[in-house]
Design a protein around this ligand. Structure first.
Ligand code: URA
Length: 210
């Protein structure tokens, strides 16, 4: 696995993945689990964010603390399944901005285009956390990150719940500078490009559209 790739090997993630994979889990519980796992991923993915010292007065004395510049963090859920991760990440980073990106392939040219793109101004000064629960072939995330870089973004991390070995390789080859955080790497992709064992279609399970 590449150097800038991290599997978050934590009992809480392992435990929650049992329920999230289970086909009998309702959309309500599925959404809660996606939110909870995303918060744990965000905790790990923000470990090396810069902080600046600030003076504080406690009821007892003056001291110094360390603050993250929340205004400089942009959470970017990839439409549509990435939306399910947003609340979990925001629970740890309530002051972060939220951008949205929807990518699709042009039917004629097969070139990736964005059907929705809205991110805050001055992207080069910001740290981006791109969210998509499933890193399958990597195609959509690779296109999304190209689009972000075209707009000026420099510091980009990618967070997913489940990755395929093929997706990790493809994303790392396309964007070796992007740090990847996942809950687990599964066995493989099947012929329909679903992750196996996986959890099925994350968007359908989040939004009840099966
Ligand atoms: N997207 C999903 O939602 N699930 C997969 O297994 C692959 C891509």
């Amino acid at each position: 696995m590449p150097a800038n790739f991290h599997t978050i090997d934590h009992p809480l993630i392992k435990h929650k993945l049992v329920y999230i994979r289970d086909k009998g889990t309702s959309s309500k519980i599925f959404r809660e689990l996606v939110r909870e796992i995303s918060a744990i991923l965000a905790y790990e993915a923000t470990k090396n964010l810069p902080t600046k010292s600030v003076k504080i007065t406690t009821p007892l004395t003056k001291t110094t603390g360390h603050k993250i510049d929340m205004e400089k963090i942009v959470i970017v859920p990839v439409l549509r399944a990435g939306l399910g991760m947003t609340e979990g990440v925001l629970s740890l980073l309530p002051g972060a901005k939220v951008g949205h990106i929807g990518m699709e392939r042009d039917h004629d040219t097969f070139l990736p285009t964005d059907y929705y793109f809205k991110i805050p101004s001055r992207p080069k000064d910001k740290s981006f956390l791109v969210l998509d629960p499933m890193l399958a072939t990597g195609g959509t995330v690779i296109d999304t990150i190209h689009r972000l870089k075209d707009s000026g973004a420099l510091d980009i991390r990618f967070l997913c719940l489940i990755a395929s070995p093929e997706g990790v390789k493809a994303l790392n080859e396309a964007h070796p500078d992007v740090i990847i955080f996942t809950g687990v790497v599964d066995e493989k992709l099947n012929s329909k490009k679903y992750i196996v064992p996986g959890l099925g279609d994350a968007g359908d399970r989040l939004f009840g559209t099966e």
